[in-house]
Unconditional design. Structure first.
Length: 109
């Protein structure tokens, strides 16, 4: 049985209780964007956005001359980079996704 219909809705019968469900192209699950075609484009875009948000929160510390360059690098790596790459182990990454992540990281430098 294939529950997918062309109308964007499907009817499911579970234990004699019928429910109408909406079909989506992409959705957020556990802070990760999943898409129906299985690619990682939405997840990569969401993670880059999260990385930029974290970067802008930390700009006062990352640009402070009172903190050593080594500590600022560690701060960037542990907060910004890790937030951008969180969950990336499960992404089916294409070259375009890698380039987008590298481009975002270069712009933050």
């Amino acid at each position: 049985m294939n529950p997918v219909t062309s109308t964007g809705r499907t009817s499911v019968d579970i234990d004699s209780v019928s429910a109408n469900l909406e079909l989506l192209d992409e959705f957020c699950y556990l802070v990760d964007m999943l898409s129906v075609d299985g690619d990682a484009d939405a997840a990569v875009e969401a993670r880059i956005r999260i990385g930029w948000n974290k970067f802008w929160q930390l700009v006062p510390l990352l640009s402070s001359r009172d903190i050593s360059l080594i500590r600022r690098g560690r701060l960037y790596s542990s907060c910004v980079r890790s937030s951008m790459l969180h969950g990336s182990e499960t992404w089916p990454v294409r070259k375009e996704n890698e380039v987008a992540l590298q481009r975002a990281e270069i712009r933050m430098a």
